[in-house]
Design a protein around this ligand. Sequence first.
Ligand code: ZN
Length: 319
Amino acid sequence: MLPTRLLATRTYSTASNRFRVVEVGARDGLQAEKKFVPTEVKVELIDRLSACGFSTVETTSFVSPKWVPQMADHNEIVKKHKRFNGVSYPVLVPNAAGLKNALATGVVDEIAVFGAASDAFSLKNVNSNVEDSLKKLLEVTKIALDNKIRVRGYVSVVVGCPYSGDVKPEVVARVAETLLEAGCYEVSLGDTIGVGTVKSVGKMLDTVLKSVPANKLAVHFHDTYGQALANVLVSIEKGIRAADSSIAGLGGCPYAKGATGNLATEDLLYFLKGNGFETGVDLEKVVETAKWFNSAAGYDKWSRVGRAISNKMEAAQKC
Ligand SMILES: [Zn+2]
């Protein structure tokens, strides 16, 4: 038998090698895509993603179709997609009206709420500064919890704001703490415009981790400047074991026209697998799903890893 010390190390290492990938392509990805994707394609995308092994698949947003026409079919989406055992399907809810609509469907059991870490961003997006928007968020969270709905929190623009530049890590920490105290089971820290680097992300995380435990945090990087995977690595080094990503890197950055979208799920999975992490997600199946999505939606979106694996799979078929 192994000495207790080694056993303990082993248990720790097994636990720390589990990594949760939250698939956000159907919501965060598609909401930034101009070309409308038909409802039945979105529904099948969600079902196919569920079959890939993700434990969390974000599905849509209960935002006004006036603001985000791509998400106008949210009622149908949540009613039509399948619900796999052990998979949760959060929907983004920007305010109390969105929550009311989500509750009215009778099928939503998890929502995601978001607060920003910059007054300028918050004012542009939800018409109130960070403090006031937090108050509204707490009300939405409370109503959701009273209705037995799980709540995941997002903090946007955690390292840089498109309107006011650098963001103070202390503000990120306070927003994250507030969301957790309100009852969110996890808070995802989002570099919404993808400007973070190992240095700025590391500094932000060091501040947040002083008051929030790593196992309550996820990270959410956009790959605008190609820094997303490096930023995941620094997050892993600081103890975080959950990240959001988007199949085929769907999405974009509204503040940098033509920019790359979210960190691509395929790239993240390849990176995690190569570094010894277990995700429970089948990478080849994700690549097949991306290929299917491109043909079903008339898109041509590929991540670097997705393209490489797809080419390899095609070459193997020809042999
Ligand atoms: Zn995002």
